[in-house]
Each structure stands twice: as structure tokens, then as C-alpha cells.
Ligand binder design. Structure first.
Ligand SMILES: Nc1ncnc2c1ncn2[C@@H]1O[C@H](COP(=O)(O)OP(=O)(O)OP(=O)(O)O)[C@@H](O)[C@H]1O
Ligand SMILES: [Mg+2]
Length: 267
């Protein structure tokens, strides 16, 4: 499944949630940092790691016509098993104006083949050079929102905009960060007119590991944030499977595609 994550405004936690979900995903996944304002994961979770690979390089390869072949070489491992991989975002946001989002979206859509999913962090909806083309290719567009009145109101405007915009976005849904401040999932779903795929609780300590590279500590994997992320990630995968089983014949055995996906050219 190809899932686009975005926000209405402010910083509700798209990047942190995307990373928490990618680290908790029950099958191979690529977290693609497509925020035109630049990538944050290497500077945050990666504690300032510098990488020669990523979106900017992929864009360069695209101009030379070899984008799909280049993709694997642009991914970094997020975990020891290689289950979660990262396409690092732009180091220099000024280069966002050169990115052909439509071409990039086509490549990302081509790697999700049932055995590997793609989570794309698209940043804020109204940002300059926002990757709208990615939303049109995604199977699901998830607006990440807080649960305050102003957050939900902003999300409602964003969802209306997505519905009205030219081109058809994928299935719309929302992910709530910090539910109960004061609104809960049911109220938010009713207010927005889209399903809430799940909630991630406020957990400043675990969030700081993901967003700013704070030391993980022994209990990080068992934090309330990571436990909730595992539930939400499983829900995504299950709903995708249920959706697809209605549309397509049963998938071919996993082994053939899994070998290609977990290929050894990946760092
Ligand atoms: N579940 C959470 N609990 C507590 N704090 C959180 C949570 N999720 C995110 N945060 C915090 O909120 C801040 C913003 O998070 P993040 O950078 O992920 O937002 P964003 O929506 O990607 O913002 P931007 O649009 O600027 O990229 C960070 O300090 C992060 O630690
Ligand atoms: Mg972000």
C-alpha cells in the first residue's frame, strides 16, 4: 500500500508519527521523506547523520532516466533487519522546486507491490512545492491532526480542500496525535467526515527519540507511543488487505516478490 501522510498546518507530528509507524510496520516498508521543507529524520532520529543518498540524488538520477533502477541505492536501513528503510528527504529545501513529484510518485508507487509498503511524509498541505502529485497516486491520504478545536478545524479545511482539489486523492483518513485534548476519535471522525485510522498518544519522551535523537533507553520499544504505533500500523495493513481482497484475486506466493524487495543492493 502507498500511503501519503500530510498535515493541515502547524506541526502535529507527521514526521514523528511516520517514523513511529515505519519502525512498527508488520512487513517491509519504505518511509519516503517528501516534505518540500526538507527531510528531518537524519538530523533528528539519525542524530545529525549525513548521507549522500536520498531524494535529491534520486531526482538527479531521474533526469538521467534511471530513476527506478536507482531507488534501492537511495535507501538507508532504519532497523537492523532491513524491514524498514528510509528515503532521506531534501537536505536543502531550496531544491524542492526542481523535483518532479509526478515522476517520483510513479516510482514510489511501483515499489509497493503487496510485499512492501510505502509511507510518504508529504509535510504541510499548503507548503510551497507541496507534492500534490503524490497524493493522487496514493491509495490512502492520511491527514495527521491534533485533537484540539483549532487543530480539528484546520484538518477539516484541509480535507475539504483535498476533496475539492483537481485530481482525485486516494481514500481519505485521519490519524490523531494526542487524542482527548479534548476531542476523541469518534468526534473527530464525525467532524471531518472521514475515518480515523487510529491515534498515537502524547509521549514526549519517546517522541523526542524519534524527532530529535534523544537516547532511546531500554523501555523505548515498550513506550506507549511505540505500542500504539504497532496497533495503528497493523490496522493499516489489515485494512489494505481487506480492501484488496475485494478487488483483486488472491496474491501470488510471497517468496518471489519478497526476495526482490529485500534485495542486497540496499544499505
Ligand atoms: N506523539 C507525540 N507525543 C509527544 N510529542 C510529539 C508526538 N508526536 C510529535 N511530537 C513532537 O511534536 C514536535 C513536532 O513533531 P514533528 O516534527 O513530527 O511534526 P511535523 O508535523 O512533521 O512538523 P513539520 O510540518 O514542521 O515537519 C516534535 O517536537 C515532536 O517530538
Ligand atoms: Mg515533518
Amino acid at each position: 500500500m502507498f500511503i501519503a501522510l500530510c498535515s493541515a498546518k502547524g506541526a502535529p507530528g507527521v514526521t514523528t508519527s511516520g517514523l513511529a509507524l515505519a519502525l512498527s510496520w508488520p512487513q517491509p516498508v519504505v518511509l519516503a521523506e517528501l516534505d518540500p521543507a526538507g527531510g528531518d529524520v537524519l538530523a533528528g532520529y539519525g542524530r545529525g547523520e549525513v548521507s549522500a543518498v536520498g531524494l535529491a540524488d534520486l531526482e538527479l538520477a531521474a533526469r538521467r532516466g534511471g530513476m527506478a533502477r536507482q531507488l534501492d541505492a537511495q535507501l538507508l536501513l532504519l532497523d537492523a533487519e532491513g524491514q524498514a528503510r528510509l528515503l532521506p528527504g531534501l537536505a536543502d529545501p531550496a531544491s524542492a522546486r526542481h523535483v518532479d513529484w509526478d515522476r517520483l510518485a510513479a516510482v514510489l508507487a511501483s515499489i509497493e507491490d503487496g510485499a512492501v509498503d510505502v509511507l510518504a511524509d508529504c509535510g504541510r498541505l499548503r507548503a510551497e512545492h507541496f507534492p500534490a502529485a503524490v497524493l493522487h497516486r496514493a491509495a490512502a491520504v492520511v491527514v495527521v491532526t491534533g485533537s484540539t478545536l483549532r487543530a480539528v478545524r484546520a484538518a477539516a479545511h484541509a480535507i475539504a480542500e483535498l476533496r475539492e482539489g483537481d485530481g482525485r486523492p486516494g481514500t481519505l483518513a485521519t490519524l490523531v496525535v494526542g487524542p482527548g485534548e479534548p476531542y476523541g476519535e469518534r468526534e473527530i471522525s464525525e467532524a471531518l467526515g472521514v475515518p480515523v485510522i487510529g491515534s498515537l498518544p502524547r509521549d514526549g519522551k519517546a517522541a523526542a527519540v524519534l524527532s530529535d535523537g534523544a537516547p532511546a533507553g531500554r523501555l523505548f520499544a515498550q513506550s506507549v507511543l511505540l505500542r500504539a504505533a504497532r496497533t495503528v500500523a497493523s490496522r493499516f495493513v489489515e485494512s489494505a488487505a481487506a480492501h484488496e481482497s475485494r478487488l483483486t484475486p488472491p496474491p501470488t506466493p510471497l517468496s518471489a516478490s519478497a526476495t526482490a524487495v529485500g534485495g542486497s543492493g540496499v544499505r
